[in-house]
Design a protein around this ligand. Structure first.
Ligand SMILES: NC(=O)c1ccc[n+]([C@@H]2O[C@H](COP(=O)([O-])OP(=O)(O)OC[C@H]3O[C@@H](n4cnc5c(N)ncnc54)[C@H](O)[C@@H]3O)[C@@H](O)[C@H]2O)c1
Length: 355
C-alpha cells in the first residue's frame, strides 16, 4: 500500500484553491497544513478543505515533523525566500510560476534545490496539454522538417471584461499590475507560460526583441497603495537556437478572449497547431502531400498528467520531474532578456546558464 503523503500549502489566495482541489483528488494525499500572512484567509481556507494546522508564518509550517512536501502559492515576490527555506530543510517543493523576479534568484533556487537533492518543480500548468507533448515528439522526430516559424499568443481580457470580477477592487489583480508589489506584469504572469509552451517542443531561444506597454487604466495609474506601472501587453519576436523565427503576443486587454493560448509551428515539411480554447488533447496537423493544398487534419491524444500528478509521482519515487526548477530558471532567463530588450530597444541574447 502507498504511504500517505503530507502536504502543506503556503499562500491561500485564489490559485491555492486549484492546488487544494487537485491534490485532494489524488489518492493518498493529505493536506495537513496551510499558511497565509492573512491569518483569517488561511483559517477560512482550512475550513473549506478540512486542513488541521493553520499558520501565518511559513517557517512555522516548515517545522511540522511529518511534512513531505509544500506547494508555494504566494504572490510572486515571496517564492524565492520560501523555496530556499524549504529546500534547506529537505522538503520537496511545487512552486508557482514565475519562480522568481530575477534570473539571479531563480538560478539560486534551482542550485539550492539540486544541492539538497529534493524534488523541486514549477507549476507551468499548461504542460498538462497532451497535444503539446505530441507536438514535441513530432518535431523531434523530424515529422514537419526544419522548423522555420513559431507563432504563439496568450490573450486575456480581465482589464476590460467582468468575467473574472472587478480588477479595481481585488488585491489578487492589483498586485499583478504593480512592480512595487513584486509583479513582472503580463510578461511574468502569463508570458512565463507562453515562453515555456513555445520553446518546450521547438527548443531554446537564442535572442529576443520585446516591446512592452502599460496602458492607462485608472486616474493617475494608482489605486490605493498600488501604482499600476507593470506592463500589461507585450509583443516579442525572437530567434530560436535552431534558426527558426518566433512571434509571440501577450495581453490583458484582448477583448473577445478570456484566457486563450495558441501555438503554431511551421516546418518546411509540415505544420502543427494547438488551440487550448478548443482542446488540450487535439493537435491540428498539415503534413506530407497535404501541405500542397494546406489541408489540416486533427489528431486526438490520450490525456497527459497534470503538474500536480507528476509532482506527487516524483515525490513518491524521489525522482525530480519536469518542469523542474532548472527549467523554471531557464524560462526566467527568457523573461529577463525580454525586460532588458524592452528597456534598451535592442535585441537581447538569452542566457542558458545559471547566474
Ligand atoms: N500556474 C498557473 O496557471 C497559475 C494561475 C494563477 C496564479 N498562479 C500563481 O500563483 C501565485 C498566487 O496567485 P494568486 O492568484 O493565488 O494570488 P492571490 O493574491 O490570490 O494569493 C496570494 C496569497 O499569498 C499570500 N501571501 C503573500 N505573501 C505571503 C507569505 N510570505 N507567506 C504566506 N502567504 C503569503 C497573500 O496573503 C495571498 O493570500 C502567483 O505566483 C501566481 O503567479 C499560477
Amino acid at each position: 500500500m502507498q504511504r500517505t503523503l503530507q502536504i502543506g500549502i503556503i499562500g491561500t489566495g485564489m490559485m491555492a484553491h486549484s492546488h487544494a482541489i487537485a491534490f485532494q483528488r489524488i489518492p493518498g494525499i493529505q493536506i495537513v497544513a496551510c499558511c497565509d500572512v492573512d491569518r483569517n484567509r488561511a483559517t477560512e481556507f482550512a475550513k473549506v478543505f478540512g486542513i488541521p494546522h493553520v499558520f501565518s508564518e511559513f517557517n512555522d509550517l516548515l517545522l511540522l515533523p511529518s511534512l513531505n512536501a509544500v506547494s508555494i502559492v504566494t504572490s510572486d515576490a515571496f517564492h524565492p525566500e520560501i523555496a530556499i527555506a524549504a529546500a534547506k530543510r529537505g522538503i520537496d517543493i511545487l512552486c508557482e510560476k514565475p519562480l522568481a523576479l530575477s534570473s539571479e534568484q531563480a538560478s539560486e533556487m534551482a542550485e539550492e534545490a539540486e544541492r539538497a537533492g529534493i524534488v523541486a518543480m514549477v507549476n507551468l500548468s499548461y504542460r498538462r496539454s497532451a497535444a503539446l507533448h505530441a507536438a514535441k515528439k513530432l518535431v523531434d522526430a523530424g515529422a514537419i522538417g526544419q522548423v522555420r516559424h513559431v507563432r504563439a499568443h496568450y490573450l486575456q481580457s480581465w482589464l476590460v471584461s467582468n468575467a473574472w470580477g472587478d480588477w479595481k477592487v481585488g488585491p489578487q489583480w492589483l498586485w499583478r499590475l504593480s512592480t512595487g508589489h513584486g509583479s513582472l506584469g503580463v510578461l511574468g504572469d502569463i508570458g512565463v507560460h507562453l515562453l515555456d509552451f513555445a520553446t518546450y517542443p521547438v527548443g531554446l531561444i537564442k535572442d529576443v526583441q520585446c516591446r512592452l506597454s502599460t496602458f492607462e487604466k485608472a486616474e493617475g495609474n494608482r489605486i490605493g497603495p498600488y501604482t499600476l506601472d507593470a506592463n500589461d501587453s507585450a509583443s516579442i519576436s525572437c530567434t530560436y537556437e535552431n534558426g527558426a523565427m518566433g512571434v509571440f503576443q501577450l495581453s490583458r486587454w484582448t477583448t473577445g478572449h478570456l484566457n486563450s493560448v495558441e501555438l503554431a509551428i511551421h516546418g518546411d515539411e509540415g505544420a502543427l497547431l494547438i488551440n487550448l480554447d478548443e482542446s488540450y488533447s487535439q493537435l491540428h496537423i498539415c503534413q506530407g502531400k497535404h501541405i500542397h493544398k494546406a489541408k489540416w487534419t486533427v489528431r486526438e491524444y490520450k490525456a497527459a498528467p497534470s503538474v500536480y500528478e507528476s509532482f506527487v509521482r516524483a515525490v513518491r519515487s524521489k525522482r525530480n520531474s519536469e518542469p523542474t526548477f532548472r527549467r523554471g530558471a531557464l524560462v526566467q532567463n527568457m523573461l529577463e532578456a525580454c525586460v532588458l530588450s524592452a528597456e534598451s530597444g535592442l535585441i537581447q541574447e538569452v542566457r542558458h546558464d545559471f547566474r
